[in-house]
Every structure is written in structure tokens, then in C-alpha cells.
Design a protein around this ligand. Structure first.
Ligand code: LLP
Length: 426
């Protein structure tokens, strides 16, 4: 049986494997809930971008918000990748993984002065600036500390990416980026302010995009702007086309990274911009299909209207279904002959919104393991401690080897840093 997503996660006979590791063995050895990632799958996804960019000045900056575990960062860094960060926390994480600051771009609508100071001190490659106000503050912070901030302005091209409203970012009504119409004035301002050096232009129109059209529309708007900016004497060295490429969760058919990148490069060349450095900020498409969340079936609860399959992973481990009604595949780690039933797969959390999948046909019994597919992106990074549940452990698999890359969070860690009131106030 073939599964949507990565070829590195597949059945061999009745057993689900990730690379050469049997998932039910890993679940027994390391406990559940358990995130497991295929290193080969991550590297293959990165290589697809890099192949299409061979021969160009380029940098693929992995949007680490998708999965920021140190070993994931390290894996990409070793393969020549740069990184897109959105907080001071992500900056410290990526530095802790040994990434040079010259490969880091700093995005996000709400950078604080403290975050700017730290990023300038370590010397990040570029700040993607999202408003006129931020430009002013960055100039003050940089000039005040005798630094120069390299900047690229994030343009909101007002293009509909055709995705879930929560993950559309390039429309006029979104909080992101500088309106297309105001961009030229902002570039003139950036060029005039102290402590700033304009180096590029940037856009990111949304996530889980499954069509090349919106990218080409956004690119055209960006190139129009670059032409008018350069006509005013400001050089734009790089084009950062953001992330957003979708993956297959079920039956989506996004273009491959290679096809997407090649069609964008074709348009860039056709419009005479082929000499510019090209940057991308992919997140989901580098890691999404590389991971699974393995969980144990605790109880099977038949009902009049619904059957429930209650598992030990919950919305705190995997927010996407509850938050976006996202459909993620759920399969048994070991296929059994039957009987099959249609289940809502739910977690132990006290919320009706705590579900991982609805109306799923499965043959399962208590004690079996199930895997939620395509859980490499926006899964562990969005986990919380709701219901005082520790976060899952994570493994990285390569061939027949598995490494524990994050310990299971212990309950004692969950209230470390909390303080009881003194007895005198009770
Ligand atoms: N660059 C910027 C500035 C971004 O805001 C994002 C994602 C990316 C790059 C990477 O986008 P990607 O290639 O992963 O689509 N939690 C949601 C997705 C939120 C995306 C936020 N920004 C989900 O689970 O679907």
C-alpha cells in the first residue's frame, strides 16, 4: 500500500517503516507519543530546491518555525542551507546548532529592540522589514550602536494564494508586509536613513500553496517594484520569494520544488533579472512529509453515532487539526486483518476540539500503534503543555539507525519556575 507524502515512509508487508526502522519497534523502545523524522526525506526535499538553483547565486533559508529541533537545523546546515528566523528565541536556537550568522535572515512583523540589538551584534545576513515604523526603529538601533543593518523590505503584493485564511499572508487584509503601493516610498526612506543598507526585496504570500500561479503573480509585482526602485538609484541585490509551497497530506498535487523554482527562474530571466541573487524561505515543503507522530491506542469506544479511537497523543502534541481543521493521514503501524470500523481519532484532552482525525477507517485495538502522517512541519513546534502534558520525544532516523534528538518532557519540568504564594497570604 502506498501512502501520500514521502517514499521514505512505507509499508513493508504489514509493518510501517520509516527508512529501515519499524515504527512499532521505535514506539516500544522510546514510548509514545513520539515524533519520528526521516533524515533522507529532509535532505531529498532540500536537494530539490538546490538542484533547481545550481549555477545561480542563491540561498535557501529554511523557515525553522516549521520544525526547529536542533538536530533538524544541524541536518540542513550541514547541507549548505541558510535559515529564516522570526524571533530572538529562534536566533539563539539556530546559533546553538552552530549556524553562522551570515546565513540567517530575520523575518517577522514584531521584532523588538532587544532582538534587533542581538541580531546586529551577531551579524545576521538580512532583516526582512515589515513596516515603516519598524524601519525607523531598526535605523535607530543600528545607528545608535554603530552598526549597519542590511535590509530587505517585505512587500505585501495583494495576491490570493488560495489557501486556508489563517495561513494566507499576502493579501491587503493581512498584517504582513508593506503595501505594494507604499513600497517605493519606504525604499527611498530606507536608503536615506542612517544605519541601514538596502540589499534586497522579499515577499511571502502564504502557506500550503498548491499552485504556481500565485507565485508568478507575486513575482511580477515584485519585479515591477524592483524596476522602479532601481530607477531611483537604489540597488536591489537579492529577490527573496518566501516559502509557502504545499505538500501532499491527502490528494493535493502541489508542483514539485524543482518545477516551481524553475518556472520562477524562467520568469525572472525573461524579465531581465537573472543576475540577482535568489532566496527562498521554505518551511513545510522541507520537513512536512519527513515526519510522523506515533501514538498508542488507549481505548476503542464504540458509540451510537460515532466510534472513538482514543489515543495517547492529543491536540497539545498536534494542533493542526483543531486549529485549521487540517486533514492529516492516520494509519496503523501494523496492519491487522480486521475488523475495520470508522473512527474519530481523538486524544485524552478535555475538549471536544481535541481530535486528530475524523471518520477514519481503521482496524485497531487497544495497545496498537498508529501514525499520523506528514507531521514533520508545524507539529512539534506548535505543541503546548495544555492539561499539564509534557511534550513528546523526537527521533531522527537514518537508514536502520534512530537517534533520540529530544527527550520526552518530564512532568517536573512543567512547573519548574512556578512559585507558591507565601503562607502568610493564605
Ligand atoms: N517565510 C515567512 C515569512 C513565513 O511567515 C513562513 C510561514 C514561511 C516563510 C514558511 O512557509 P512554509 O514554506 O512553511 O509554508 N502553522 C501553519 C503554517 C503557518 C505558516 C507561517 N509562516 C500550519 O500548520 O499550516
Amino acid at each position: 500500500m502506498t501512502l501520500p507524502g514521502s517514499p521514505h515512509i512505507a509499508y513493508r508487508g504489514d509493518e510501517l517503516f520509516i527508512e529501515d526502522c519499524r515504527l512499532s519497534d521505535l514506539a516500544r523502545r522510546f514510548g509514545t507519543p513520539l515524533y519520528v523524522y526521516s533524515r533522507a526525506s529532509m535532505l531529498a526535499a532540500l536537494a530539490a530546491y538546490q538542484r533547481a538553483l545550481v549555477g545561480r547565486d542563491h540561498l535557501v533559508c529554511y523557515a525553522m518555525k516549521a520544525n526547529s529541533s536542533l538536530a533538524v537545523i544541524q541536518t540542513f546546515a550541514h547541507a549548505g542551507c541558510g535559515f529564516d528566523i522570526v524571533s530572538g528565541g529562534e536566533l539563539e536556537r539556530v546559533l546553538a546548532a552552530g549556524v553562522p550568522a551570515s546565513k540567517i535572515v530575520f523575518s517577522g512583523v514584531g521584532k523588538t529592540r532587544a532582538e534587533m540589538h542581538r541580531a546586529l551584534d551577531v551579524g545576521v545576513l538580512c532583516f526582512n522589514v515589515e513596516s515603516e515604523a519598524e524601519l525607523g526603529v531598526l535605523s535607530q538601533v543600528a545607528a545608535g550602536s554603530g552598526n549597519t543593518a542590511r535590509v530587505s523590505l517585505r512587500i505585501n503584493p495583494d495576491v490570493d494564494p488560495g489557501t486556508h485564511p489563517y495561513i494566507s499572508t499576502g493579501l491587503k487584509g493581512n498584517k504582513f508586509g508593506i503595501a505594494h503601493e507604499q513600497a517605493l516610498a519606504c525604499y527611498l526612506q530606507a536608503a536615506a536613513l542612517p544605519g541601514l543598507e538596502v540589499i534586497g526585496i522579499d515577499c511571502h504570500i502564504g502557506s500550503q500553496i498548491t499552485d504556481t500561479g500565485p507565485y508568478l503573480d507575486a513575482l511580477d509585482r515584485l519585479l515591477d517594484l524592483v524596476e522602479s526602485i532601481e530607477a531611483r538609484g537604489i540597488t536591489v541585490h537579492h529577490l527573496d520569494l518566501g516559502g509557502g509551497l504545499g505538500i501532499t497530506y491527502t490528494d493535493e498535487t502541489p508542483p514539485s520544488a524543482e518545477v516551481l523554482v524553475r518556472s520562477l527562474l524562467e520568469r525572472i530571466d525573461a524579465r531581465g533579472h537573472g543576475h540577482r541573487k535568489i532566496m527562498f524561505e521554505p518551511g513545510r515543503s522541507l520537513v512536512g512529509n519527513a515526519g510522523v507522530l506515533v501514538s498508542e491506542v488507549l481505548y476503542v469506544k464504540p458509540g451510537e453515532q460515532k466510534n472513538f479511537c482514543i489515543v495517547d497523543a492529543a491536540m497539545n502534541d498536534l494542533m493542526r487539526p483543531a486549529m485549521y481543521q487540517a486533514w492529516m493521514g492516520i494509519v496503523a503501524c501494523r496492519l491487522r486483518d480486521g475488523p475495520e470500523a470508522v473512527y474519530d481519532v481523538v486524544g485524552p484532552i478535555c475538549e471536544s476540539g481535541d481530535w486528530l482525525g475524523r471518520d477514519r477507517t481503521l482496524a485497531v485495538q487497544a495497545g496498537d500503534f498508529v501514525a499520523v502522517l506528514s507531521a514533520g512541519a508545524y507539529s512539534m513546534t506548535m505543541a503546548s503543555n495544555y492539561n499539564t502534558r509534557g511534550r513528546a520525544a523526537e527521533l531522527m532516523v537514518s537508514g536502520d539507525q534512530a537517534w533520540l534528538i529530544r527527550d520526552r518532557e518530564q512532568v517536573s519540568e512543567l512547573f519548574r519556575g512556578e512559585h507558591l504564594l507565601p503562607a502568610s497570604v493564605l
